[in-house]
Design a protein around this ligand. Sequence first.
Ligand code: COA
Length: 461
Amino acid sequence: MAAGIDDIAIYVPELYVDTNDFAKARDVDIDKLQKGLGIYQMAMVDNNQDPACLAANAALKIMKRNDISPGDVGRLYISTESSFDESKAMNAYIIGMLEQIYGDGTFAHCGGVETKFACVSGSYALYDNVNWIRAGEADGSYALVVVSDIAKYELGSSGEMTQGAGAVAMLLNDTPRLLSFDPRVTATSIRDEYDFYRPFGKDTPIVHGQYSNILYLIQVRKALELYKEKVLSTGLIKLRSDETILDHIDYLNMHLPYSAMGRKALAYLVRHEWRQLPRWRGIVERMGMEEPLPDDAPGTIEAMLKDPDFIKKDGAFNHRLMETPEFVDIYEKKLASSLVASRMIGNLYTASLYLGFRSSLEYEHRKGIDLAGKRVGFGSYGSGSSAMVFSGVILDRYKEVLKNMHFQSDIEKRRKLTLEEYEMLHRGQMPVSEAILPGAEGFVLSDVDKTNGERSYVYNP
Ligand code: COA
């Protein structure tokens, strides 16, 4: 049975910080933010917003747009790493908000949980729900998977320049219009790590950013290896001797803690895949620099961790590779469109990969390319750490869904924050009644009870 994404909707909060202002305030070179990391604006939540109301806004948008009633939704899953409750799952909060619109008890049948594994948990939630549909358990109903996060780092930390906030809702069913997932090829890699984590009671994570970036590359490469084994053994893809798996994936979507990380990850995957091909020797010769390969574990990123000098040389090689016409070609054709939205919104943790997918669809469609039949690969990473690599094929009816996508109108109503306002919001000391945009459209918090922590939400039409 087919199963996949029927529609995808994003919710972006209406406030943002401009990196020109941020760079001045923190005395950071603007080129580091815009050229080095690829960040121009970072979406921020108001005093009266939390990840549950971002998620409920995305869920309501997709339900209204498709004229879906609660009875049509069999499961509602939420994936987040910005959870504010150790026990009550966030999908219960979302159902509470949606029932303000659709009526008390209208979602009573709708099962679901909150899933957690840093930025990769949304991919696990998608996979589980796709398999629920494939197993015939959905009985024609939809699964609604919502990924929602507030990427918040300590003031003055190096992670502060990679913040953002927002939610993506994905409607899954057995007759999808947008994308059908390839069966029996999803691959994972996992290992106990401390690259990024948020112990109980802390509202910002402890981050070893550079280490986390390297683990991201390692884990995605490992998952890609397993994905390759699976696509070959299932016969989904047949490789000629002068081809790699990347030749059979039309679009790649990578996890984007900041947009430039997507390009960097593509460069590592390209090196790994092209190294054994005849074309690689010519590329390296034209680059005028030999690829640094450690003696003990040739070609693996793991070996880099042992040697800081090696990391520098490896980074220099990567930068040079990214300037070659061969890399520019694969980057422009397969990845660049997925980075557009991330530059203007920033890090969305669980939602970053899917914001990238949504961005790729819209901006590739705008080029006038017929997307039907194109294979889309996903490289999902979550700290702690696990990666998931999977793929799907864009379906003939995709244009029915794409006609609703207009990223510029999703962000055009936003208001720029001053640095003082941003820092005040970041410290989180203001009551929810003192929002910067009190009448902002959609679900917002109306109260957080000081004695028992209970949250109340209202809907602003
Ligand atoms: N002009 C152009 N580029 C510049 C520059 C300048 N003036 N100054 C720096 N850069 C480039 C660097 O070369 C580097 O690019 P590269 O990675 O391709 O080499 C990039 O900008 C970042 O600079 P770097 O010195 O590595 O930044 P940093 O040490 O301050 O840390 C992060 C950057 C991303 C590691 C940090 O912001 C972080 O930890 N963020 C959180 C990330 C996260 O959450 N990860 C976990 C989930 S995956």
